[in-house]
Design a protein around this ligand. Sequence first.
Ligand code: AP5
Length: 193
Amino acid sequence: MGAEADKRCIVFLGPPGSGKGTQAEILAAEMEIPTISTGEMLRAAVSAGSELGERVEAVMASGALVDDDLMAEVVQARLEHDDTDGGFFLDGYPRTEIQAAHLDRILGEVGGRLGGVLFVTVPEEELVRRALARGRGDDRSEVIHERLRVYREQTAPLVAHYDSRGLLHRVAGHQAIEEVTDEIRRIVGALAA
Ligand code: AP5
């Protein structure tokens, strides 16, 4: 890492279908930094038929979460790449209290820092509507409801966790994509100031 590097991590947190991935991609392209999406990484591993893919395929298809220790290995290996040295977005990680602790440790080990957490909120009926309209492999009705249940149980507690650390920024995700992007751009701009 060079002397000017600021390996700042901005996390996108929110329920499935809230638009985390969409927004992270748009802003990352604008800011010329990478977006690291754990869902995308796992789907790529499944498509490639790798050992990782074989381990996670059934879990993902069911709507459950992949094991925390395995996720920590995947994320740490990715954050060691120097393309993250100028900052990066993290989409879909952390998703449990244990993963939040793992992220703190990993950032310490790779010389990164947590700059903020963007919490994208959308009413539940709209989340279901979006997923059904998209039709990804895990967008079947029963799996969507399971992903939402898992989110409420395991991921939603991270909102209070990061709020108490002064890192949480709420984003109204139930607007046109461009309006959500504008809101996030303002928040990220203020973080940088
Ligand atoms: P992941 O890929 O992270 O799926 P998810 O959290 O369920 O998120 P989605 O991709 O469904 O939603 P999103 O919020 O990114 O919205 P998107 O932009 O795509 O994870 C998949 C699985 O991998 C998990 O279930 C788990 O098994 C495993 N996994 C991943 N990370 C893990 C971790 N950390 N630990 C353990 N397991 C893990 O948008 C959704 C749709 O809405 C799109 O069609 C989009 O075009 C549309 N849309 C977006 N914004 C708007 C808008 N403003 N208005 C209208 N439509 C919109």
